[in-house]
Design a binder for this molecule. Structure first.
Ligand SMILES: *Cc1c(COP(=O)(O)O)cnc(C)c1O
Length: 396
């Protein structure tokens, strides 16, 4: 069991005490970092101001290397398989734009796929003559594995599997979808942006070729951080679409040599303070016990999934069989933006997910927007109940 008091004490954004404090339900957007993350970032920025960025980074070389070790420990990967970046989208695109495509090739995207992934797929399809097709969903809303098996052939070069979407509690059967994609030799790129930090991820079990995630959401790291995982053989063999003097070495007037591992997908320049902060966030999660944290998130989301439908006019919009910590809903007669703003006036933070972020799924269901509540382990059940009461009062 997680020590709730410790977790809250470690989180400056949680204010306990007399009177209603803030209720923070946006860890799917940008979470509240634990104190150690902010302290790590600020301390490094201070150090840079004292001795310059190069010397400050050199003092922290071991800690910087440790960032990948910590991420690897979380997802069961070797540090050599991790490339750090500044966002999940950057990492996703770094891999996606490096997959060779030609006219007639097929790219499959998940129905719940994120807009940035779909836009990139459409752009490359236009440029190469490949096609982009949607993987159908089954009656529950998750990837329809039978339909996927019927859809794939040897022209499918890449399958974009969305682990957990931005707009609701769906969790896709990623390992099963990966096995189907691999049966025809396609590469699988898993968008784990909304699962890293709140659901167990074991890349060996999942079998994916690559995985992208961000720092600021469920991992509670700083903004402007993210990472890419590559299957070890790919980390050693794949040519990135773009290189610099960190991803490759200039070995002669006409030649260069790629870095021997996933770091070939990184550029040299980076936000060192942010990376150290990401390392602190992942180490903090490992120290708390990831499975305890995941269970605490699931319990909070389930609490909301029980309470919200009891309010007249409120509909929970989560799809799928397994659920993540994202609870999305609509309120009859009250626009999602108004719901968000009226809750914000009571210091309750939720976000709105608009159709444009997950176009295929939302238009398929005739939804323009949903309100998204995403409680992390630091949110108290009393706070959840305050949120539910505030939602109930919206239509009064
Ligand atoms: C937020 C999100 C992204 C993008 O993450 P960035 O760090 O903003 O690039 C990608 N996929 C999903 C499912 C997301 O929710």
């Amino acid at each position: 069991m997680l020590d709730d008091d410790r977790v809250r004490a470690d989180t400056p954004g949680c204010v306990s005490g007399p009177g209603p404090g803030p209720v923070f339900l946006d860890s799917a957007g940008s979470s509240l970092p634990p104190r150690v993350v902010t302290d790590t970032v600020v301390a490094h920025l201070r150090r840079e101001s004292e001795i310059g960025g190069y010397r400050a980074a050199n003092e922290r070389l071991d800690d910087l290397a440790e960032v990948k070790t910590a991420i690897g420990a979380l997802i069961n990967a070797a540090p050599e398989s991790i490339a750090l970046s500044d966002s999940a989208t950057r990492s996703w695109a770094d891999f996606f734009y490096s997959v060779p495509l030609a006219a007639g090739d097929r790219i499959l995207v998940s129905e719940a796929d994120y807009a940035s992934n779909a836009i990139a797929a459409l752009q490359r399809a236009r440029a190469t003559g490949a096609t982009v097709e949607k993987i159908p969903s089954d009656g529950s809303g998750q990837i329809d594995l039978d339909a996927l098996a019927a859809l794939v052939d040897e022209r499918v070069k890449l399958v974009s599997v969305l682990h957990a979407p931005t707009n609701g509690g769906l969790v896709n059967p990623a390992a099963e979808a990966t096995r189907i994609a691999h049966s025809v030799g396609a590469l699988v790129l898993l968008d784990a942006c909304q699962s890293a930090g709140q659901l167990p991820i074991d890349v060996a079990e999942l079998g994916v070729d690559a995985l992208s995630a961000t720092g600021r959401k469920w991992l509670r790291g700083p903004r402007g951080t993210g990472f890419l995982y590559l299957r070890p053989e790919l980390a050693r063999s794949m040519e990135p679409a773009r290189l610099d003097l960190h991803g490759a070495e200039w070995t002669g007037p006409d030649d260069y040599r790629l870095a021997p591992d996933a770091s070939r997908f990184e550029f040299w320049e980076c936000d060192v303070a942010g990376r150290l902060g990401l390392g602190a966030a992942v180490r903090y999660l490992l120290e708390l016990g990831p499975h305890e944290v995941y269970a605490a998130i699931a319990a909070r989301a389930e609490h909301l999934r029980k309470a919200l439908p009891e309010i007249p006019g409120v509909t929970v919009r989560d799809l799928g069989i397994r659920h993540s910590g994202i609870v999305s809903f609509t309120v009859d007669g009250v626009d999602s933006v108004e719901v968000r703003d009226r809750l914000l006036a009571q210091d309750i933070t939720v976000t709105v997910s608009h159709a444009g972020s997950t176009l295929l799924d939302m238009t398929g269901r005739g939804l323009r927007s949903v309100v998204r509540a995403s409680p992390h382990c630091f949110v108290g059940f009393d706070e959840l109940d305050r949120f539910v009461a505030a939602v109930a009062a919206l239509r009064a």
